[in-house]
Design a protein around this ligand. Structure first.
Ligand code: NI
Length: 236
């Protein structure tokens, strides 16, 4: 029997990690490896193995894993411990419905408090998205754009939840953006949204945001349905 290569062997550590940085270095390293697919869904994240890989004690490993779990990148499975979470949950329609509620509310609270600086930051994201070809960067800029617009909402817990939702979506888009061709309509939405936000038109902004998220949800649903059909055909 040939042994499958351990996905963890794709992770390269350059030199010893200073103790005070251990948790954040481990978290960032694993996060990137999950997001770019080097650590596929279901990969077991064993504390002892990671501790020897990074040359640290188990404590920072445990803390990093807890952070990644909070970001929905890991799941805890009975008897198996933490494993890399599936790309998108079956309940993606519910996830989107919830995101719509949370993001609308964050936007509503944030708009009156946004400054000129925030608006130009959001515009910079749109401009950068215009010529960006790298999907990793597109995902990051999209999340940044949205977070800038919500960022002045005074409820930190709400913002944390909102960011989790965007993180989940970012992970999915990295793999599928090309296949889905979501790029251009997204940009039109972003520009319209920014212009309404700049005019402090709260209700219209929320409506545009909802349409934007709805479109995203529809494209993902259609895409997943297509995959399902293709899989069924392949099995026949
Ligand atoms: Ni967007």
């Amino acid at each position: 029997m040939t042994q499958k290569p351990n996905p963890l062997s794709s992770i390269k550590i350059s030199g010893p990690i200073p103790a005070h940085l251990a948790r954040s270095v481990i978290e960032e390293t694993l996060r990137n490896a999950i997001l770019d697919g080097r650590l596929p869904c279901g990969t077991a994240m064993r504390q002892q193995e990671l501790a020897s890989l990074f040359g640290v004690s188990r404590m920072p490993v445990r803390e990093a894993l807890r952070q990644l779990e909070a970001q929905s990148l890991l799941h805890v499975v009975t008897h198996k411990g933490a494993v890399v979470a599936p790309l998108i949950e079956d309940n993606s329609a519910e996830t989107y419905a919830l995101r719509m509620l949370l993001e609308s509310e964050a936007l509503r609270l944030s708009i009156p408090l946004l400054t000129e600086k925030d608006l130009s930051e959001a515009e910079a994201c749109i401009n950068a998205l215009e010529c960006e070809k790298d999907y990793t960067e597109i995902g990051r800029l999209n999340r940044l754009f949205h977070m800038v617009l919500y960022g002045k909402a005074p409820n930190q817990r709400l913002l944390t939840l909102v960011e989790h939702g965007l993180n989940e979506e970012e992970r999915f888009l990295r793999f599928n953006l090309e296949a889905m061709g979501l790029g251009e309509t997204s940009q039109e939405d972003h520009r319209e949204l920014l212009s309404l936000v700049a005019q402090k038109k709260v209700d219209e902004s929320i409506l545009t945001l909802r349409n934007h998220l709805m479109r995203g949800m529809e494209v993902i649903a259609t895409y997943l349905k297509g995959l399902e059909t293709a899989e069924k055909k392949a099995r026949q």
